[in-house]
Write a protein that binds this ligand. Structure first.
Ligand SMILES: [Zn+2]
Length: 179
């Protein structure tokens, strides 16, 4: 397992972590497969934001439908560790083992030095996963065609055909008078 991110998106992550310092910041990693295509910062709802982070289910409920509507998926989470290494803390291991099997990216920020590492926490086990910086443009998914969009399209064709017919009929010369 690995995660691939562009330079631009990685700098967005770093910017978020730096502007939040000395508080922990957190957010969602959105994309397709192993490609991170969007980073969504979320509010840290932890009681002590200098020593922990919490992404609220309310925030997830707001973002998830939007993510799905874009044809993307939630592929991971991120949070920062001000003045601490980029490894999951014992609290992280206890609380992030949520059965979702989604990677957790930890950004360590200290003295303006940034280290980023990605982890998979599962059944109390913490495994590092590859963090790849790649600017090769990932293939963006085509916008989803919902049945509503298809119906709207068919309707528009139907209406234009009817309009054409009406115009054609009004342009017809009057019927010749019968002798
Ligand atoms: Zn942590």
């Amino acid at each position: 397992m690995r995660l691939i991110i562009s330079h631009l998106l990685q700098s967005e992550l770093i910017h978020h972590a730096k502007t939040g310092y000395p508080h922990e910041v957190c957010g969602l990693l959105v994309g397709r497969g192993e490609h991170i295509l969007r980073v969504i910062p979320t509010e840290n709802h932890a009681p002590d934001t200098q020593r922990g982070f919490l992404i609220s289910t309310q925030d997830l409920n707001i973002h998830l439908p939007q993510i799905r509507a874009e044809g993307l998926s939630l592929i991971g989470f991120y949070h920062s560790h001000p003045d601490a290494p980029a490894i999951p803390s014992p609290t992280d291991v206890r609380e992030l083992d949520n059965g979702l099997q989604l990677p957790h990216v930890v950004l360590s920020i200290s003295h303006h030095q940034v280290h980023i590492k990605a982890w998979l926490i599962h059944h109390g086990q913490v495994d590092p996963i590859e963090w790849v910086i790649g600017d090769a443009a990932p293939i963006l998914p085509a916008p989803p065609t919902t049945s509503a969009q298809r119906i709207a399209f068919l309707w528009s064709i139907g209406i234009s055909l009817i309009l054409l017919l009406i115009i054609a009929l009004t342009l017809l010369p009057p019927a010749p008078k019968l002798p």
